[in-house]
Design a protein around this ligand. Structure first.
Ligand code: GLN
Length: 409
C-alpha cells in the first residue's frame, strides 16, 4: 500500500477508489465561488493584516532579503519568538537552540510527528481534529488514537474518561490543539492539567498547535501546556503568524521546546522545505515585538463578528455552542436536514440552497467513529469575514425552512 493512500484516507480525503480529493476547505471554497455563496467555509480572513507589517516585508524584498534564510530561521525572528513566549507566558527559551522557524504551523506539526513517532507508536489527538494532524500521523506510519470533545452547555469539553483509556505506554505523542479548530474550545486549566498528568504517566511527549493563541473572547485566556509545572521538558509548542496577524499566506510558523527535541525536528524540517519566507521573517519578528495593539484590535473585532454570527444562526433556528476562541462556530443543523441527510450532505447542498458555504464537522472526524456519528449533523461556520458578508449569510440562512429541509421562496 502506498503511503499517500494512507494519508488520503486518514485525513478523510480518499475517494472510494483511493485517489486523493482536494481538502474539504478547498472543495467548499470552489463551490462558494461557483454559486456566489457567502463563504463561511474555509477559514481565512477577507482582509489583509496590518499595512505596517506588510511594508516591512515589501522593504525587505526591495533591500535584497531574497535568498535562503538560515535553516533554523532568521536570528531576529527566533529572538522575537523567545521574547514573546517569556512576556506572554513566562516560558524561557534559548533562541539559538530551542526555537525553529517553519513553513507555517502545518510544517512544524508534520516535522515534529515525523521526527518523533513511527510505526508501532500511538499519537493521541482530540476528536474532532484538524485534517493535517491526521495526515501527519499517517505520513509517519503511526497509529492515530482520539479523545472526544463533547458538546454541552459549557462548550465542547474534553471526555476525561476517554483520555484515561486513550493514553497508555504505547502513546508516543499527545497532540493538543487549543484554542481548538473546529470547535472553538479553549481548553481549561484543569483539562490541560489532566492531559499533562496523562503525558507524564505514560512518559509521552506533548506537541501543541496553538495558532489561535491570541484569538480568544470574553476574557477567556489561552494557557500553553508547556507553562504547566514539569511540562516544558516534554513539550514542543507550535504556533504561527498567519492567524495572529491575518497573514495566512505568508506561512511563517515556529516550534519551541527542549534543544534535543528541536534538533530532531530540525533534522526532518531541513529536508521538507529546508527554509523559506526570507522577507517575511523580519516583518513577523517586528510584529511579535510591536504588534500587541494590532492583536488586541483583531481580537475585539473578531469577538464582535462572532456575536453577530452566533445571534444570526440562533435566529435562523440553529442550536450551537458559543466558541471561546478561534475563527469558528459549530452548529447543529438537525432542524434543516432533509430525510436521510447528514451535515456533509447539508454542507454540499447549502451553497445552492441558501447561498452560504459551510464545512461539515464530520470532515474533522475519523470515518465511522462514535464522535463522527454524534456530530454527523453538525457544521462549522467561520466568522473571520467582513461584517457585510456575515450579515448577508445570516439573512440568507433565515430563509431556510426548518420543517422541509428546503428553502421557502
Ligand atoms: N485553517 C483553515 C480552516 O480550518 C483552512 C486551511 C486550509 O484550507 N488548509 O478552515
Amino acid at each position: 500500500m502506498q503511503r499517500w493512500r494512507d494519508v488520503a484516507r486518514a485525513s478523510g480525503l480518499a475517494s472510494p477508489d483511493g485517489s486523493a480529493r482536494p481538502t474539504i476547505f478547498a472543495e467548499m471554497t470552489v463551490l462558494a465561488q461557483r454559486t456566489g455563496a457567502a463563504n463561511l467555509g474555509q477559514g481565512f480572513p477577507d482582509s489583509d493584516g496590518p499595512a505596517w507589517i506588510r511594508e516591512i516585508a515589501a522593504a525587505a524584498i526591495r533591500d535584497g532579503v531574497n535568498q535562503y534564510p538560515p535553516g533554523r530561521g532568521a536570528p531576529e525572528l527566533r529572538r522575537a519568538v523567545a521574547a514573546h513566549q517569556l512576556r506572554r507566558y513566562g516560558i524561557e527559551l534559548d533562541p539559538e537552540r530551542e526555537v525553529l522557524v517553519t513553513a507555517g504551523a502545518t510544517e512544524a506539526i508534520a516535522a515534529a510527528v515525523l521526527a518523533l513517532a513511527g510505526p508501532g507508536d500511538e499519537v493521541v489527538t482530540l476528536e474532532p481534529f484538524y485534517d493535517s494532524h491526521a495526515a501527519a500521523i499517517a505520513m509517519a506510519g503511526a497509529t492515530h488514537v482520539t479523545v472526544p470533545l463533547v458538546p454541552g452547555p459549557d462548550g465542547f469539553r474534553l471526555d476525561t474518561a476517554a483520555l484515561g483509556t486513550a493514553v497508555s505506554e504505547r502513546t508516543r505523542i499527545i497532540l493538543v490543539n487549543t484554542p481548538h479548530n473546529p470547535t472553538g474550545t479553549v481548553l481549561s486549566r484543569p483539562e490541560l492539567q489532566l492531559i499533562a498528568d496523562a503525558a507524564r504517566r505514560a512518559d509521552a511527549l506533548v506537541v501543541t498547535d496553538e495558532v489561535y493563541e491570541h484569538l480568544t473572547f470574553d476574557g477567556v485566556t489561552h494557557t500553553p501546556i508547556a507553562a504547566l509545572p514539569g511540562m516544558a521538558e516534554r513539550t514542543l509548542t507550535i504556533s504561527s503568524a498567519g492567524k495572529t496577524f491575518s497573514l495566512t499566506g505568508w506561512k511563517i510558523g515556529w516550534v519551541a521546546g527542549p534543544a534535543e527535541l528541536i534538533e530532531a525536528v530540525t533534522a526532518i524540517k531541513q529536508f521538507l522545505t529546508y527554509s523559506g519566507g526570507a522577507p517575511f521573517q523580519p516583518a513577523i519578528a517586528r510584529a511579535l515585538v510591536d504588534g500587541d495593539p494590532d492583536i488586541a484590535a483583531l481580537r475585539d473585532s473578531l469577538s464582535a463578528r462572532r456575536d453577530l454570527l452566533v445571534a444570526g444562526l440562533r435566529d435562523a433556528g440553529f442550536e450551537l455552542v458559543v466558541p471561546a476562541g478561534t475563527y469558528f462556530v459549530c452548529a447543529d443543523a438537525t432542524p434543516f436536514l432533509a430525510e436521510g441527510d447528514d451535515g456533509a450532505a447539508f454542507a454540499r447542498a447549502l451553497p445552492e440552497r441558501a447561498g452560504v458555504a459551510t464545512v461539515p464537522v464530520s470532515a474533522f472526524c475519523r470515518e465511522g467513529s462514535a464522535t463522527s456519528q454524534a456530530l454527523a449533523p453538525w457544521v462549522r461556520f467561520t466568522f473571520v469575514k467582513d461584517e457585510q458578508t456575515l450579515r448577508t449569510a445570516v439573512e440568507r440562512l433565515r430563509e431556510l425552512d426548518p420543517r422541509r429541509g428546503a428553502v421557502q421562496r
